[in-house]
Write a protein that binds this ligand. Structure first.
Ligand SMILES: [Zn+2]
Length: 70
């Protein structure tokens, strides 16, 4: 078995996660507000690091499609 295949590369990503150990809520730092509150329990969140698949840029560069079709 080759488990390496098609595995998204995990990169250490800054996140905020809920301070409540029993609450699993977390959010990427780049998507969080300046002072994020937990979306589930409304409690405070703190910075952490999580290994996540690399985010792909949502905004694709729009390349003009130049196909010379004859
Ligand atoms: Zn929470």
């Amino acid at each position: 078995m080759t488990e390496e295949q098609d595995k998204p590369k995990l990169v250490p990503t800054k996140i905020y996660k809920c301070k409540d150990a029993e609450c699993k809520a977390w959010v990427r730092e780049e998507l969080a507000a300046a002072e994020p509150v937990c979306p589930i329990c409304k409690g405070p969140m703190h910075r952490s690091i999580r290994h996540l698949p690399a985010l792909q840029n949502k905004i694709k560069k729009q390349k003009p499609v130049k196909k010379d079709l004859f």
